[in-house]
Design a binder for this molecule. Structure first.
Ligand code: AMP
Ligand code: MN
Ligand code: MN
Ligand code: MN
Length: 281
Protein backbone atom coordinates (compact mmCIF):
# COMPACT_ATOMS: atom_id res chain seq x y z
CA UNK A 1 0.00 0.00 0.00
CA UNK A 2 1.11 3.54 -0.68
CA UNK A 3 2.50 5.55 2.22
CA UNK A 4 0.34 8.11 3.95
CA UNK A 5 1.33 11.72 3.31
CA UNK A 6 -0.05 14.82 5.01
CA UNK A 7 1.12 18.24 3.85
CA UNK A 8 -1.39 20.44 5.71
CA UNK A 9 -1.83 20.24 9.51
CA UNK A 10 -2.18 22.54 12.52
CA UNK A 11 -0.88 22.44 16.09
CA UNK A 12 -1.72 24.51 19.16
CA UNK A 13 0.85 27.05 17.97
CA UNK A 14 -2.05 28.34 15.84
CA UNK A 15 -5.65 27.13 16.14
CA UNK A 16 -5.08 23.38 16.45
CA UNK A 17 -5.41 21.65 19.82
CA UNK A 18 -2.37 19.33 19.95
CA UNK A 19 1.17 20.35 20.85
CA UNK A 20 3.47 19.80 17.82
CA UNK A 21 5.06 16.70 19.40
CA UNK A 22 1.64 15.11 20.00
CA UNK A 23 0.57 15.91 16.45
CA UNK A 24 3.68 14.14 15.15
CA UNK A 25 3.03 11.16 17.43
CA UNK A 26 -0.61 10.94 16.30
CA UNK A 27 0.45 11.07 12.66
CA UNK A 28 3.16 8.45 13.18
CA UNK A 29 0.65 6.18 14.93
CA UNK A 30 -1.62 6.44 11.90
CA UNK A 31 1.20 5.49 9.55
CA UNK A 32 1.99 8.91 8.11
CA UNK A 33 5.49 8.82 6.59
CA UNK A 34 5.79 12.47 5.54
CA UNK A 35 4.13 15.24 7.53
CA UNK A 36 4.10 19.00 7.07
CA UNK A 37 3.20 21.25 9.99
CA UNK A 38 1.49 24.31 8.49
CA UNK A 39 0.23 26.52 11.29
CA UNK A 40 -1.56 29.76 10.42
CA UNK A 41 0.98 32.57 10.06
CA UNK A 42 3.58 31.06 12.41
CA UNK A 43 6.60 28.77 12.35
CA UNK A 44 6.73 28.54 16.15
CA UNK A 45 5.92 24.80 16.27
CA UNK A 46 8.47 23.63 13.72
CA UNK A 47 11.44 23.08 16.03
CA UNK A 48 9.46 20.88 18.44
CA UNK A 49 7.81 19.02 15.55
CA UNK A 50 11.20 18.42 13.92
CA UNK A 51 12.63 16.85 17.08
CA UNK A 52 9.57 14.65 17.56
CA UNK A 53 9.67 13.56 13.92
CA UNK A 54 13.34 12.59 14.19
CA UNK A 55 12.50 10.44 17.22
CA UNK A 56 9.54 8.84 15.44
CA UNK A 57 11.59 8.19 12.29
CA UNK A 58 9.22 10.33 10.27
CA UNK A 59 10.00 12.98 7.67
CA UNK A 60 8.85 16.47 8.72
CA UNK A 61 8.42 19.12 6.04
CA UNK A 62 8.63 22.59 7.61
CA UNK A 63 5.59 24.62 6.55
CA UNK A 64 3.28 27.52 7.24
CA UNK A 65 -0.22 28.55 6.07
CA UNK A 66 -0.16 32.22 5.21
CA UNK A 67 -3.32 34.33 5.29
CA UNK A 68 -3.60 36.55 2.22
CA UNK A 69 -6.10 38.72 0.41
CA UNK A 70 -7.22 38.70 -3.21
CA UNK A 71 -10.07 40.83 -4.58
CA UNK A 72 -11.49 41.25 -1.09
CA UNK A 73 -11.43 37.49 -0.40
CA UNK A 74 -9.33 35.71 2.21
CA UNK A 75 -7.04 33.21 0.51
CA UNK A 76 -4.73 30.73 2.25
CA UNK A 77 -1.32 29.94 0.81
CA UNK A 78 0.64 27.05 2.24
CA UNK A 79 4.43 27.34 2.13
CA UNK A 80 6.25 23.99 2.17
CA UNK A 81 9.95 23.29 2.60
CA UNK A 82 10.56 26.72 4.09
CA UNK A 83 13.57 27.86 6.04
CA UNK A 84 11.92 29.28 9.15
CA UNK A 85 15.00 31.39 9.85
CA UNK A 86 14.40 33.51 6.74
CA UNK A 87 14.21 37.19 7.78
CA UNK A 88 11.90 38.03 4.85
CA UNK A 89 9.47 35.30 5.90
CA UNK A 90 9.59 36.24 9.57
CA UNK A 91 9.05 39.90 8.73
CA UNK A 92 5.92 39.00 6.76
CA UNK A 93 4.65 36.79 9.61
CA UNK A 94 5.25 39.64 12.08
CA UNK A 95 3.05 41.89 9.94
CA UNK A 96 0.29 39.26 9.93
CA UNK A 97 0.55 38.78 13.68
CA UNK A 98 0.13 42.53 14.25
CA UNK A 99 -2.95 42.51 11.99
CA UNK A 100 -4.38 39.55 13.89
CA UNK A 101 -3.86 41.16 17.30
CA UNK A 102 -5.48 44.41 16.16
CA UNK A 103 -8.43 42.54 14.68
CA UNK A 104 -9.04 40.28 17.70
CA UNK A 105 -8.79 43.30 19.96
CA UNK A 106 -11.36 45.19 17.81
CA UNK A 107 -13.72 42.20 17.94
CA UNK A 108 -13.33 42.02 21.73
CA UNK A 109 -14.10 45.74 22.07
CA UNK A 110 -17.28 45.33 20.00
CA UNK A 111 -18.42 42.37 22.10
CA UNK A 112 -17.60 44.13 25.37
CA UNK A 113 -20.04 46.90 24.36
CA UNK A 114 -22.86 44.36 24.14
CA UNK A 115 -25.17 44.22 27.13
CA UNK A 116 -24.69 40.45 27.27
CA UNK A 117 -21.02 40.90 28.17
CA UNK A 118 -21.53 43.74 30.65
CA UNK A 119 -18.20 45.36 29.82
CA UNK A 120 -16.26 42.07 29.98
CA UNK A 121 -13.88 41.75 27.01
CA UNK A 122 -13.52 38.08 25.98
CA UNK A 123 -10.54 38.88 23.73
CA UNK A 124 -8.27 39.78 26.63
CA UNK A 125 -7.56 36.16 27.56
CA UNK A 126 -6.94 35.25 23.92
CA UNK A 127 -4.52 38.13 23.40
CA UNK A 128 -2.72 37.11 26.57
CA UNK A 129 -2.51 33.36 25.89
CA UNK A 130 -2.58 32.62 22.15
CA UNK A 131 0.77 33.04 20.37
CA UNK A 132 -1.12 33.58 17.10
CA UNK A 133 -4.64 34.66 17.99
CA UNK A 134 -7.40 33.49 15.64
CA UNK A 135 -11.14 33.84 15.82
CA UNK A 136 -11.22 30.13 16.69
CA UNK A 137 -9.44 30.96 19.95
CA UNK A 138 -12.04 33.59 20.66
CA UNK A 139 -14.81 31.11 19.82
CA UNK A 140 -13.36 28.61 22.32
CA UNK A 141 -13.07 31.36 24.92
CA UNK A 142 -16.75 32.26 24.42
CA UNK A 143 -17.67 28.60 24.89
CA UNK A 144 -15.55 28.34 28.05
CA UNK A 145 -17.22 31.45 29.51
CA UNK A 146 -20.70 30.13 28.71
CA UNK A 147 -21.40 32.78 26.04
CA UNK A 148 -21.86 30.14 23.34
CA UNK A 149 -22.75 26.45 23.31
CA UNK A 150 -20.09 25.41 20.79
CA UNK A 151 -17.44 26.99 18.59
CA UNK A 152 -19.87 26.87 15.68
CA UNK A 153 -22.52 28.55 17.85
CA UNK A 154 -19.95 31.23 18.78
CA UNK A 155 -19.47 32.00 15.08
CA UNK A 156 -23.21 31.91 14.39
CA UNK A 157 -24.00 34.18 17.33
CA UNK A 158 -21.00 36.47 17.89
CA UNK A 159 -18.22 36.21 15.33
CA UNK A 160 -19.44 35.22 11.88
CA UNK A 161 -20.40 37.47 9.00
CA UNK A 162 -23.61 39.33 9.81
CA UNK A 163 -23.10 39.14 13.59
CA UNK A 164 -22.18 41.98 15.94
CA UNK A 165 -18.59 40.83 16.39
CA UNK A 166 -17.74 40.51 12.73
CA UNK A 167 -14.79 42.67 11.82
CA UNK A 168 -13.89 42.44 8.13
CA UNK A 169 -10.17 42.19 7.47
CA UNK A 170 -7.97 43.08 4.52
CA UNK A 171 -4.84 40.95 4.36
CA UNK A 172 -1.59 41.53 2.47
CA UNK A 173 -1.92 40.24 -1.10
CA UNK A 174 -1.08 36.82 -2.48
CA UNK A 175 2.02 38.26 -4.21
CA UNK A 176 3.52 39.22 -0.86
CA UNK A 177 2.69 35.80 0.62
CA UNK A 178 4.26 33.93 -2.29
CA UNK A 179 7.31 36.20 -2.26
CA UNK A 180 7.83 35.56 1.47
CA UNK A 181 7.57 31.78 0.97
CA UNK A 182 9.99 31.84 -1.96
CA UNK A 183 12.42 34.07 -0.09
CA UNK A 184 12.49 31.30 2.53
CA UNK A 185 13.29 28.72 -0.16
CA UNK A 186 9.80 27.22 0.00
CA UNK A 187 7.16 26.12 -2.50
CA UNK A 188 3.88 28.07 -2.50
CA UNK A 189 0.72 25.95 -2.55
CA UNK A 190 -2.79 27.34 -3.06
CA UNK A 191 -4.75 25.84 -0.15
CA UNK A 192 -8.24 24.30 -0.48
CA UNK A 193 -9.20 26.23 -3.66
CA UNK A 194 -12.75 24.81 -3.65
CA UNK A 195 -13.54 26.49 -0.31
CA UNK A 196 -13.32 30.07 -1.60
CA UNK A 197 -16.57 31.72 -2.54
CA UNK A 198 -15.42 32.50 -6.07
CA UNK A 199 -17.11 31.98 -9.42
CA UNK A 200 -15.45 29.52 -11.81
CA UNK A 201 -14.04 32.45 -13.78
CA UNK A 202 -12.67 34.19 -10.70
CA UNK A 203 -11.06 30.97 -9.42
CA UNK A 204 -9.46 30.57 -12.82
CA UNK A 205 -8.10 34.14 -12.58
CA UNK A 206 -6.82 33.45 -9.07
CA UNK A 207 -4.91 30.41 -10.34
CA UNK A 208 -3.43 32.45 -13.20
CA UNK A 209 -2.26 35.21 -10.84
CA UNK A 210 -1.03 32.67 -8.31
CA UNK A 211 1.04 30.91 -10.96
CA UNK A 212 2.35 34.20 -12.44
CA UNK A 213 3.45 35.32 -8.97
CA UNK A 214 5.56 32.17 -8.56
CA UNK A 215 3.07 29.73 -7.05
CA UNK A 216 4.14 26.11 -7.51
CA UNK A 217 1.20 23.89 -6.64
CA UNK A 218 -2.36 23.63 -5.42
CA UNK A 219 -4.11 21.24 -3.12
CA UNK A 220 -6.06 18.69 -5.14
CA UNK A 221 -6.45 15.85 -2.64
CA UNK A 222 -8.25 16.73 0.57
CA UNK A 223 -10.65 14.93 2.88
CA UNK A 224 -14.37 15.05 2.17
CA UNK A 225 -13.91 16.44 -1.32
CA UNK A 226 -16.97 15.84 -3.50
CA UNK A 227 -16.31 14.05 -6.81
CA UNK A 228 -17.38 17.23 -8.57
CA UNK A 229 -14.91 19.41 -6.62
CA UNK A 230 -12.18 16.80 -7.06
CA UNK A 231 -12.49 16.91 -10.84
CA UNK A 232 -12.72 20.75 -10.83
CA UNK A 233 -9.48 21.00 -8.84
CA UNK A 234 -7.70 18.42 -11.00
CA UNK A 235 -8.73 20.30 -14.14
CA UNK A 236 -7.52 23.63 -12.72
CA UNK A 237 -4.14 22.17 -11.73
CA UNK A 238 -3.63 20.66 -15.17
CA UNK A 239 -4.79 23.78 -16.98
CA UNK A 240 -2.45 26.07 -15.04
CA UNK A 241 0.51 23.70 -14.89
CA UNK A 242 0.42 23.59 -11.10
CA UNK A 243 1.77 20.58 -9.23
CA UNK A 244 -0.56 18.72 -6.87
CA UNK A 245 -0.42 18.69 -3.07
CA UNK A 246 -2.45 16.82 -0.48
CA UNK A 247 -3.30 17.27 3.16
CA UNK A 248 -5.96 16.90 5.79
CA UNK A 249 -6.07 20.42 7.29
CA UNK A 250 -6.13 18.56 10.61
CA UNK A 251 -6.86 20.78 13.65
CA UNK A 252 -7.94 18.37 16.38
CA UNK A 253 -8.44 14.66 17.02
CA UNK A 254 -11.90 13.20 16.90
CA UNK A 255 -13.08 14.84 13.70
CA UNK A 256 -13.95 11.67 11.84
CA UNK A 257 -14.11 13.23 8.39
CA UNK A 258 -10.72 14.90 8.71
CA UNK A 259 -8.23 12.20 9.74
CA UNK A 260 -4.47 12.69 9.41
CA UNK A 261 -2.89 11.40 6.22
CA UNK A 262 -3.83 11.01 2.57
CA UNK A 263 -2.71 8.26 0.23
CA UNK A 264 -0.11 9.61 -2.16
CA UNK A 265 -2.23 9.13 -5.22
CA UNK A 266 -3.07 12.16 -7.34
CA UNK A 267 -5.50 12.50 -10.25
CA UNK A 268 -4.02 11.62 -13.61
CA UNK A 269 -1.84 14.14 -15.42
CA UNK A 270 -0.84 16.03 -12.28
CA UNK A 271 2.76 16.28 -11.19
CA UNK A 272 3.17 15.53 -7.47
CA UNK A 273 4.82 18.29 -5.45
CA UNK A 274 6.22 15.80 -2.95
CA UNK A 275 9.39 14.72 -4.84
CA UNK A 276 10.44 18.38 -5.07
CA UNK A 277 10.03 18.71 -1.31
CA UNK A 278 12.14 15.62 -0.75
CA UNK A 279 14.80 16.94 -3.11
CA UNK A 280 14.14 14.35 -5.78
CA UNK A 281 12.34 16.56 -8.26
P1 AMP B 1 -9.23 33.80 11.66
O1 AMP B 1 -8.03 33.35 10.85
O2 AMP B 1 -8.84 34.59 12.86
O3 AMP B 1 -10.27 34.46 10.81
O4 AMP B 1 -9.87 32.47 12.26
C1 AMP B 1 -10.24 31.55 11.34
C2 AMP B 1 -10.55 30.21 11.98
O5 AMP B 1 -11.83 30.28 12.58
C3 AMP B 1 -10.62 29.20 10.86
O6 AMP B 1 -9.39 28.49 10.78
C4 AMP B 1 -11.75 28.32 11.27
O7 AMP B 1 -11.22 27.28 12.09
C5 AMP B 1 -12.63 29.17 12.12
N1 AMP B 1 -13.81 29.77 11.43
C6 AMP B 1 -13.84 30.85 10.63
N2 AMP B 1 -15.09 31.14 10.22
C7 AMP B 1 -15.89 30.20 10.77
C8 AMP B 1 -17.30 29.93 10.73
N3 AMP B 1 -18.17 30.70 10.05
N4 AMP B 1 -17.75 28.88 11.42
C9 AMP B 1 -16.90 28.11 12.13
N5 AMP B 1 -15.57 28.31 12.21
C10 AMP B 1 -15.07 29.33 11.53
MN1 MN C 1 -7.55 26.94 11.19
MN1 MN D 1 -6.95 27.31 5.43
MN1 MN E 1 -5.31 24.98 7.42
Amino acid sequence: MDALIDLHTHSHCSDGTLPPSELVAAAAARGVAVLALTDHDTTAGLAEAGLAAATAGMQLIPGVEITAGWRGQEIHIVGLGIDAASPALQQHLATLLAIRRTRISAIGAKLARQRHFGGRDPAQAVLRDAPVPTRMHLARELVAAGDASSAQNAFDRWLGRGTVGHVPQEWPGIDAAIAAIRAAGGHAVLAHPHRYKLSAGALDNLCTEFRDAGGAAMEVSLPALSPNDASRLARLARMHGLAGSMGSDFHEPGVAWRPLGRFAKLPEGIEPLLPRLLGQG
